[in-house]
Design a protein around this ligand. Sequence first.
Ligand code: SAH
Length: 259
Amino acid sequence: MAQRPGFPLKLEKASPAPRTLKTNAPVKSIVQSEVRAAPAPVQNLGMDSSAVRQRMVQKLAAQGLQDPLVLQAMGTVERHRFVESALVAQAYEDTSLPIGLGQTISKPNVVARMIELLREGVDGKLGRVLEIGTGCGYQAAVLSHVATEVYSIERLKGLHEKARANLRHFRLANVHLLFGDGMLGYPKGAPYAAIISAAGGDSVPQAWLDQLAVGGRLVAPTVTATGQQALMVVNKTPQGFKQNVLEAVHFVPLKSGVS
Ligand code: SAH
């Protein structure tokens, strides 16, 4: 991977995995709740102008983000539609924000960075992607622009419902919201071209490794040997798993079970 300004060095370097396997086939039979079109909630607070998002994209580019497809997606998805009205003014700042039930929407830089890592070395869109931790649905919406299918699973019923309400406006036919324990992955949709976790665990669950396609990649915040949380990138190659530990991050904890 080329070094990019603004990010700490990798601790370990592995050769890029071949990314050949296509997991593009839609899995309609496993869908529990698809996002359907409905009238848009009106949010007329000056945030509807694409200029605010373009400014955010320029900042992301200045921070070292460079994948055109990811930057385009970040410039397209209206982040202000995913946050409480009291926080709308901060929607395009590079900050994480509360989304209820003690959870947070990741800051734009981290969302873009993780998706860029997922897409590294991939020509065109990613195939089928599994996201663990739907939260408010923002990252799922961004993913929908860079992947053919997005399966996003959330363990808190309240947030699963909130994400469904938030995403309705966008009519994203390739986003499928699931309610369940994402630590178990979602075997019916496997294998996945990419798996991304928005919650940090002590290790990468075996289910995720099992459900990743050969040639696929997983990005997840994970506690490392030093006790700090860092971004973990795992490539599943024909020869086995190759793991890289990248920069320190601060994500909400990965928890088991549903609530
Ligand atoms: N991608 C989200 C970020 C949400 S924060 C967004 O754009 O808003 C992380 C989310 O992970 C929280 O909503 C939390 O409830 C969820 N989570 C934690 N452990 C989980 C698990 N085992 N399965 C599914 N979701 C989980």
